[in-house]
Design a protein around this ligand. Sequence first.
Ligand SMILES: Nc1ncnc2c1ncn2[C@@H]1O[C@H](COP(=O)(O)OP(=O)(O)OP(=O)(O)O)[C@@H](O)[C@H]1O
Length: 247
Amino acid sequence: MTGPTITLSGVYTAYEGAANPSLRNINLTIDRGEFVVVGGPNGAGKTTLLETINGMLRITHGSARICGINLLEDGVGVRRRVGYVIQNFAFDPLSPFTAGEVVLMGRYGRLGYLNRPKEPDIRAARQAMQMLGIEDLADAPIGTLSGGQQQKVLIAQNLAKEPEIMLLDEPFSNLDLIAKHSVSTLLHDLAGAGITVIVVSHAFDDLPPRPIRILVMNGGEVTADHTCTPDEVEDIVRTASGSDARA
Ligand SMILES: Nc1ncnc2c1ncn2[C@@H]1O[C@H](COP(=O)(O)OP(=O)(O)OP(=O)(O)O)[C@@H](O)[C@H]1O
């Protein structure tokens, strides 16, 4: 159950065409089943860190192993094992897909080219929807759902993937109070089941009751790295990132 699932060594990442790196000299080891919260001010590099772990950005220096895979050699292999719930995503209002079909798309990386979903795929998608409490939305056109409902569909899609690592960028931002709590509990259970959970957030009031590893970022660097209780997270972020931590 334990052992590193993410190892970044001296990693620098740059966006295409950018003059300066957005991540600088990141050295990080994260174990299987850890629950990590990434905080820090706007533009600190939090999203960039998630995109780097998911192999979406060019690593200009350093090395990275994710789920035992050399990220510089096999980004696709990494992305098959990593779920990524991106920030503020909205589906096309005219999308022809139902919510159930969108969740099932989480299985496509396992299915391979042109293979049709089979019973285990349909079961995994159904289970993921049940975990988010959205079974009744399965037949609804995705573009007709609210922002919070779409957010739950996106989380369910990534759960259906059965990932080893779950990356979530501001997963609570569109959710009502009850949904926030249930997603927080769900993430807690995923970490308990050995999935590494990494959450970027500016809100720390719905963290699960468990040890939290808090990484604070500033200027593309990790400036604080502590394991603490959920109640201590906000103070650590504020102290480590200056007065505009909640900006
Ligand atoms: N597509 C892009 N091209 C060039 N630079 C980018 C791009 N996306 C982000 N950056 C830059 O990378 C740096 C880090 O941005 P990032 O989105 O990771 O910050 P963040 O900590 O997630 O911020 P926020 O809390 O506002 O979401 C910023 O300086 C930003 O301007």
